[in-house]
Write a protein that binds this ligand. Structure first.
Ligand code: NAD
Length: 419
């Protein structure tokens, strides 16, 4: 299926990025055509018994972009705006992310169009189990391994693992990553994406000769990625001056006490009205002064409308696709160092890879082994990207895409076309 069949602005963005990298590396035309399409896209009905007794039919998706380098790998998103176009673009980005990190995985993504905050635990469990049953023949530890993304968490991964295992008749922990440690998850996975972002920030500030303890940061999104990022940046000595979530943002130029914000959010379900910070609306939040801006919420947050208004020196993409290509150009002119998503937030999939390896071997590592290996892999990716950016005079995003697309392209040519 051609990715153009599911036209959406986010798909166009993913295709534009592929074409830029393909032009620059002179990618074989046949390979480019194949990579512009996804391998497989499933749309499934997910009938779910609601607490009021009625059956609601949700729509679920699983899109597999390319498995040249290994089994498909990618998260599952629960969000009202999930659609085929968005999931296809996210699947393509997973192919590049795995390739850049040197992981033996291809790219996939899945999701259900729903608002998980409006569902009871019972409804969430029923919907997750039925979705798993609907895609059961297309996933597997050697075929396609889901993981958490926006709106999903360890509990949901445990239900997927249980449903799959019940169908197979034996426990299959390697079917998903991001599971609770008690059912075969790995230490350090919950924190991996945010911790990885902090490791990348350390590399980036060293690269620019900036001192961590003199830096301030803003983090948009206070979920799995944003909360851990804020906590890890504070641990490095960076002053976290603002955090935000769907309800809006809070700002304090002297720094926010992150652990207090976390407790406040646990109690009130949102960061807004935290007493030691000024209330900021979501739109103005990104334009506040800071050295490091980490959008960790959702796509297309930095566009040609607000890019010129940003005041950061480094933009670290915690979310997938938060910056549009038009905004990218403006940021390059402003000399903002943009660390692209496929590098910056790769900590999640890297530790997912560690989890999968541990599950297949039934041999588990300590958290410090996990963190040390994660740091090493991200540092290697960062240096490879910076080296190409210097040599070819291209942005970090283009350099990262060039490495990733090249690796997949070479492997495709070696494997050839099965006809
Ligand atoms: P999550 O559901 O745990 O948290 C999302 C957070 O963003 C919530 O705090 C929500 O309130 C906030 N949010 C949503 N829309 C917002 C908006 N318009 N403005 C401000 N805040 C908003 O999701 P997550 O797992 O933290 O994922 C966030 C992003 O990171 C997504 O783009 C996801 O694809 C990407 N990502 C996640 C992982 C992972 O391991 N979970 C790994 C790599 C990338």
């Amino acid at each position: 299926m051609a990715i153009e069949d599911v036209k959406s602005s986010i798909n166009e963005m993913a295709l534009a990025q592929l074409n830029l990298a393909a032009d620059r590396i002179g990618l074989d035309l046949n390979v480019r055509t194949r990579l512009s399409s996804v391998d497989r896209a499933l749309i499934v009905s997910v009938p779910t018994r609601m607490d009021n007794g009625r059956v609601h039919v949700f729509t679920g998706y699983r899109v597999q972009h390319n498995d040249t380098l290994g089994p498909f790998k990618g998260g599952i998103r629960y969000h009202p705006e999930v659609n085929l176009g968005e999931i296809s673009a996210l699947a393509m980005w997973m192919t590049w992310k795995c390739s850049l990190a040197g992981l033996p995985f291809g790219g996939a993504k899945g999701g259900i169009a729903c608002d998980p905050t409006e569902l009871s635990r019972n409804e969430l469990q029923g919907m997750t189990r039925r979705y798993t049953a609907e895609i059961l023949n297309f996933i597997g530890p050697q075929l396609d391994i889901p993981a958490p993304d926006m709106g999903t968490n360890e509990q949901i991964m445990a239900w997927i693992m249980d449903t799959y295992s019940q169908h197979k008749g034996h426990p299959v922990p390697g079917i998903v990553t991001g599971k609770p440690v008690a059912v075969g998850g790995t230490l350090g996975r919950r924190e991996a994406t945010g911790r990885g972002i902090a490791y990348v920030v350390e590399q980036a500030t060293t690269h620019l000769g900036m001192q961590l303890t003199k830096c301030s940061a803003l983090v948009q999104g206070f979920g799995n990625v944003g909360l851990v990022t804020a906590r890890e940046l504070a641990r490095l000595g960076i002053t976290v001056v603002g955090v935000s979530d769907r309800s809006g943002g809070i700002y304090n130029s002297r720094g926010l006490p992150i652990e207090d914000v976390v407790r406040f959010k646990e109690r009130n379900k949102k960061v807004l009205h935290f007493p030691a910070g000024d209330k900021i609306d979501g739109k103005s939040f990104l334009e506040l002064p800071c050295d490091i801006l980490v959008p960790s919420a959702t796509e297309m947050q930095i566009t040609q409308e607000n890019a010129a208004l940003l005041k950061c020196r480094i933009l670290v993409e915690g979310a997938n696709g938060p910056t549009t290509p038009e905004a990218d150009k403006i940021l390059t002119e402003k000399e903002v160092l943009v660390i692209p998503d496929i590098l910056a937030n790769a900590g999640g999939v890297i530790v997912s890879y560690f989890e999968w390896v541990q599950d297949l071997q039934n041999f588990f590592w300590t958290e410090s082994e996990v963190n040390q290996k994660l740091n090493g892999m991200l540092a290697r990716s960062f240096h490879a990207v910076v080296e190409l950016n210097r040599r070819e005079h291209v942005s970090l995003r283009l350099a990262a895409l060039m490495i990733a697309v090249q690796r997949v392209g070479r492997a495709m040519l070696l494997r050839g076309l099965y006809a």
